[in-house]
Structure formats: C-alpha cells, structure tokens
Ligand binder design. Structure first.
Ligand SMILES: [Zn+2]
Length: 301
C-alpha cells in the first residue's frame, strides 16, 4: 500500500509518498506558482504529479491552506491569495480521473492529525494545536478526531480578539491574536528596531540574545503568545497543547512560554503540558496520508 500526499501552501507545494507504515519513501517541494500561466495552477500542478506516478499509489492525501469542506473534499474559502483555487473540487476531480480515494483537509488539521498519530501528541485523545508563522493557525482535537465546527472553520485561534481597538489584522478586523503573536510580527518588530532584516533563527543566535532590544521584544511577544494560550486553557482545560512553526524549536522560547502560561492558571489548569511539534514540515503530509488511508478502508470501486 502506498499513498501519495500533498501539502499546499501559499509559497510552496510539498509532495511525497508514504508506505503502509507511513514511512516517507520520498518527498520534495516546488513553488506554488510554478504553473502560474494555467487557469488553476495548484490543481494543474497536483494533476501533473498524480499522472507522473499513476499506478504507483492506492490513495491520495491533500493537506491545504484555506478552509476545507471536509465532507466533500472541496476548498470552502480562505485562499484568495492563490488565483482561482477557492471552491476547487479536489476530491471530486481527482477521484474521477484517478479512481482512487482522495482525502482533503485544512493544513493545520492535517498537521495536528500527523502529530496525533506519529508525533508530539501520540496517544493523546484530546489536545490543542497551534502553529506560529506568517499567521497563527489552530486545531481542536477531541476524542481522537478533529473538531471542525458547523462550517469547517473551528479552531481559528489566530482571529480571537485579544486586544480591544488593537492592531489591524490581515482578516480585515482589529485586535486579533495573530496580529500580536505570529512569528512574522516578532521578527518584523526586532528587524525594525535593529535596522536590519532578521529571521527568527538569526534573532535566536547566542550573540543576539543578550541584546536589550531582542530581550524586550521577545518578552513582549511571549506575553502575547501566553495570553492567547491562557484563554484557551480556560475554555478547553486541555492536558496538552502542541506548538508548531519552526520558531517553536527554540527551547528558550518554549521554556518562557510554559512559565508565563503556568503563572496565569489556577490549580485545575496547571497540569497542561505545552510541547513543541515533532514532525516539522512533514506533519501536514503525514496527517493527509493518514486521512487518505482511513478513506481507503471504506473505498468501494
Ligand atoms: Zn484577524
């Protein structure tokens, strides 16, 4: 049994193949706009890859940016930055062409499913997953499954309001959690004050960690991250929160966040474990592959 799996983002599409043990046989990536002269460049790119490997896989898993109608395997909304991709019927189209089951879900949900079966949340029935990057994504995992909400848009923690009359957000509203806690916001704040463009990895280099600007901005940023996590702890009373996004592999940052959240919680909430995601940029592909395998189990030709 083999599954071909994709992870579609705004700048890159990752794709690969897993075997029956969900071991990655290969994986690679290419720019999302590689076929920008086509009508629907993401669908075109995926179809080309699927034709290239046709006959070598039993199911197709797709993790994608945007809100996904999980029941129907369609893009529901939220990918306005990729031309003509909104409302794409991924499952309907590819099941018809390739005659194998196709599973599609939102990228943060897929990452959480990956972590639930193969990573930081192995064995956990309930947990929350948040990813910090350009924005902040979220997933609510309850009783061994993703809670998707009435219109497949639950867990958008990035757009919780944490500041009244706050900063504008990319969603058009103000005061959103991600306008304060996204990794991008932190690296921009440090870069602006340091007078040079710095990535998260550069900021966390030892020589920069003694810089008062870095210390101050990091402290402010951690406070914002912790504020949102505190709210979520009081809503869900979780035993585990998994934090994803490359920046969360910084152990110093994770330690500070754990401390700041813990300080704000009452005793019945303090047991919450805050862990970094373990699967890195393969989480989405593995989660999508797992969903594809579930669909394969009930697939009737
Ligand atoms: Zn927002």
């Amino acid at each position: 049994m083999k599954i071909i799996t994709f992870d579609v983002g705004g700048t890159a599409i990752k794709f690969g193949m897993v075997d029956e043990n969900f071991e990655m046989i290969f994986s690679e990536e290419f720019p999302t706009n590689e076929f920008e002269d086509t009508d629907n460049m993401v669908m075109y790119a995926m179809e080309s890859k699927l034709r290239e490997y046709e006959g070598q896989y039993d199911a197709i898993g797709i993790s994608t940016a945007g809100q996904v109608d999980f029941e129907n395997g369609m893009i529901h909304d939220g990918v306005g930055n990729i031309p003509n991709y909104n409302h794409s019927d991924l499952r309907g189209t590819f099941e018809k062409i390739f005659n194998v089951p196709v599973a599609v879900d939102n990228d943060v949900n897929c990452a959480a499913i990956g972590e639930a079966h193969f990573g930081a949340a192995r064995g956990a029935k309930d947990f929350l997953c948040l990813t910090y990057g350009t924005g902040v994504g979220g997933c609510i995992y309850i009783n061994g499954d993703v809670y998707r909400g009435s219109k497949f848009a639950a867990g958008e923690f990035g757009h919780m309001a944490t500041h009244k009359d706050g900063r504008p957000c990319t969603c058009g509203r103000i005061g959103c959690y991600e306008a304060y806690s996204a990794c991008r916001v932190f690296t921009k704040a440090v870069s602006d004050r340091m007078g040079k463009k710095m990535s998260g990895r550069e900021i966390f280099k030892e020589e920069n960690l003694k810089n008062p600007i870095v210390i101050e901005e990091m402290d402010k940023w951690e406070d914002e991250i912790a504020l949102g996590l505190r709210n979520l702890c009081y809503i869900f009373n979780p035993s585990l929160i998994v934090l994803g996004g490359g920046i969360m592999s910084e152990i110093l940052l994770l330690g500070h966040i754990r401390h700041k959240v813990n300080m704000q919680l009452e005793p019945n909430y303090k047991h919450v474990k805050i862990e970094k995601a373990q699967l890195g940029n393969k989480a989405g592909m593995l989660g999508a592959a797992w969903l594809a395998n579930e669909r394969l189990k009930t697939w009737n030709k």
